[in-house]
Design a protein around this ligand. Structure first.
Ligand SMILES: *Cc1c(COP(=O)(O)O)cnc(C)c1O
Length: 457
């Protein structure tokens, strides 16, 4: 059987999913609602309307609709870079001398280099449909900002990106890709917003953080007529759009009658993982699939494995709704030497609930192991992975090595979310032996937890 499976399993245009799948519709315990930070009551459509696009708010708050049809305009754009291949990692299997079958869904085949374009194009489309002038957002390492710039260029929308200052300075190439697609990129914190000025006054010389850039982008959106704020991860709407990854994977596996035993994905805010696992988690919840589903996070930013399941602020400026999630506290910032991405303090509310219910597992891995796995993967499978993606590679490889020891022929599927061409400073540090594996102590984490809001429901 296995020799019949091609190196890459593609879908035809007809076989491509025509709808997104809403994983929340299958959950028995729904994710806890977002709360209005002023009233501590569940947010309403009206609360969110000044910040987000109308159609996206509907998607965000809908826990019951199973499928959302993909609008033709979005599907047409998807066709430029989708379907993405599901690759049978024959070379890696051989190198690991494992009886396991390893598959990866590769999302790096587009200029932005990651899965983020799947949601960027959807969000830009709904903004355009609403007649808006433009959107604002934040970007850390720059993948989301790049994807959104591409999407906005396609639909002729204005795009304002607040880029975490340290990345703005250290990743000039990402910045130039964004500008090439027409985006306006500002290093954050900036003097452009009230919250930026306040943060700069309190912390002069700060190199910024994702939480701070979010606050600036939200402020800019609500104070600029015709603008809304868009976000590349964490939110339910983003997981919905990313379900295209899981649906394609499911369709590709079905073609060859393959059932996964272990599904692995990296988790920053949870969007690629939530998308990859969507149909599989549904089947698991319904007792139709007996598979382990594993989230992988950095040991230096361990939201799932060491965080608390509590309501928290999504941003440093505390302007966004409160979300009940596994969190390290909105003030948490990973050690300066952390190079592998996935640095958000919180996690998708959907994945947080699934983890709390024991349906999702999580492991954390130190960064030198991650870069070692990335290097091995690059040398065997040919693709230079994003450091984020390499978290999933590391754990998929560990599972395959366990199979070598037990002789089990497990089917392992993992998400290869992107390429690492813009992460060469991180690779350089690894190659020069300059990465350390600093893992936050309980005292380090206690500082973040101390900033959790007191919300009793
Ligand atoms: C943004 C990003 C991630 C992490 O984000 P999630 O929302 O957790 O998926 C992972 N890999 C790549 C390549 C990314 O750009």
């Amino acid at each position: 059987m296995s020799n019949k499976i091609p190196y890459k399993i593609y879908l035809t245009e007809e076989e491509m999913p025509k709808s997104w799948y809403n994983l929340r519709s299958a959950m028995i315990k729904k994710p806890a609602p977002l709360l209005n930070p002023a009233t501590l009551k569940p947010v309403t459509e009206a609360d969110l309307a000044p910040v987000f696009c109308e159609e996206l708010i509907k998607q965000e708050l809908d826990d019951t609709t199973e499928f959302f049809e993909i609008p033709k305009e979005i599907f047409d754009f998807y066709k430029m870079f989708r379907p993405s291949p599901l690759v049978r990692a024959y070379c890696l299997e051989q190198a690991l001398d494992t009886p396991a079958e390893i598959y990866y869904k590769f999302e790096g085949n587009n200029t932005s280099g990651s899965h983020k374009l799947n949601s960027a194009i959807a969000q830009a489309y709904y903004a355009k449909k609403q007649g808006l002038k433009g959107v604002t957002t934040e970007t850390g390492a720059g993948q989301w900002g790049t994807a959104l710039s591409m999407a906005c260029a396609y639909f002729k929308l204005d795009c304002k990106v607040y880029m975490v200052k340290v990345s703005y300075e250290q990743k000039p190439f990402r910045r130039e890709v964004m500008r090439t697609y027409g985006a306006d990129v500002t290093p954050s914190p900036s003097m452009d917003t009230e919250i930026g000025k306040k943060i700069l006054a309190e912390h002069p010389g700060t190199t910024g953080s994702l939480g701070c850039a979010i606050s600036e982008a939200v402020e800019k959106a609500v104070t600029s007529p015709g603008y809304r704020y868009v976000l590349g991860s964490v939110l339910n709407q983003v997981l919905l759009h990313q379900s295209i990854i899981g649906l394609e994977t499911e369709a590709a596996l079905k073609k060859y009658d393959i059932k996964p035993d272990i599904i692995v994905g990296c988790a920053g805010g949870g969007s690629n993982l939530g998308g990859l696992i969507a149909p599989f988690m549904r089947d698991k919840i319904r007792g139709k699939l007996d598979a382990r589903i594993v989230a992988v996070e950095p040991a230096s930013c361990p939201s799932f494995t060491r965080g608390k399941f509590a309501y928290d602020f999504a941003d440093t400026g505390k302007v966004c709704p409160l979300a009940k999630m596994y969190t390290l506290g909105s003030g948490f910032i990973p050690a300066p030497n952390h190079a592998g991405g996935l640095r958000y303090h919180g996690m998708s509310t959907t994945l947080s609930q699934l983890y709390d219910d024991g349906l999702l597992e999580a492991v954390s891995v130190p960064q030198n192991d991650v870069f070692e796995a990335a290097t091995r993967f690059a040398r065997t499978e040919g693709i230079l992975p994003a450091p984020e993606s390499a978290h999933a590679i590391k754990v998929a490889m560990d599972e395959a090595i366990k199979c070598r020891e037990t002789g089990e022929k497990k089917v392992i599927v993992f998400g290869l979310t992107g390429t690492g061409y813009f992460d060469l400073v991180a690779y350089k540090k690894f190659n020069d032996g300059e990465l350390d594996d600093y893992i936050p102590t309980d005292e380090d984490l206690a500082k973040g937890f101390a900033g959790l809001p007191k919300v009793d429901l």
